[in-house]
Design a binder for this molecule. Structure first.
Ligand SMILES: [Zn+2]
Length: 219
């Protein structure tokens, strides 16, 4: 069942006409067509199943809104503390394939799903204890490694090839590398995770704040 809402209620850039409460009772999808909203629900189901496969907690209820434009140079955005995710609609996302980085070989349909999963990973991470001014490096480590892990073997293979001879290093997993070279950060994160004996345990320890990649800023 679709509940129609007025586009005028939404902010600039939004062209939502369909609001669909997903059957998983966690996600509400908003998009310009019921078809796209249903697609977001399916992507959110897959993401929840992926989190459950490692016994990770579900996120709090979250709205996922598909937009045709972003002011920022990105394809997805999680608004922490607001229960809101914005993603570019697939057509708009395809037009920004130059931003896909290490995921550029992934076909649009699956890349869209993986962006939904990346942003939902931030929603899972939201509320994790953070002893510093922010825990951006940690939440991005968590989201990128979830995103890469959830790819099909075929889609992950070129990423594995890029990371092949990289040593696991913690010092480069910081916010500066994240902002300057997000692809490098994602590859380093994946390499670091793979050196861990059990990735599910590692992710669980990240969510308790036991393991993190942030540090106090110099005063
Ligand atoms: Zn992210």
């Amino acid at each position: 069942m679709h509940r129609l809402i007025a586009a005028s209620l939404l902010w600039a850039g939004a062209v939502s006409a369909a609001e669909v409460p997903c059957d998983n009772a966690i996600v509400t999808a908003e998009a310009e067509s019921p078809e796209l909203a249903t697609r977001i629900c399916a992507a959110s189901d897959a993401a929840l199943a992926h989190f459950a496969s490692c016994a990770l907690p579900e996120p709090k209820p979250v709205r996922i809104l598909a937009l045709n434009a972003f002011e920022r140079e990105c394809v997805g955005l999680f608004h922490c503390g607001e229960g809101l995710i914005e993603v570019l609609a697939p057509d708009a996302m395809e037009a920004r394939r130059n931003l896909f980085g290490i995921f550029q070989h992934v076909p649009m349909e699956r890349f869209f799903e993986s962006v939904v999963l990346h942003e939902m990973s931030h929603a899972v991470f939201d509320g994790t204890p953070c002893a510093f001014a922010h825990c951006v490096a940690s939440t991005e480590f968590f989201a990128y490694t979830q995103q890469i892990a959830a790819l099909s073997d075929e889609d992950r293979a070129p990423i594995e090839a890029l990371a092949q001879d990289m040593p696991a290093r913690k010092d480069v997993l910081n916010v500066f590398v994240l902002y300057m070279a997000p692809d490098k950060f994602a590859l380093e994160a994946w390499t670091y995770l793979n050196a861990e004996p059990d990735r599910c345990t590692f992710w669980q320890e990240m969510l308790t704040g036991e393991v993190h990649f942030d540090r106090a800023l110099p005063r």
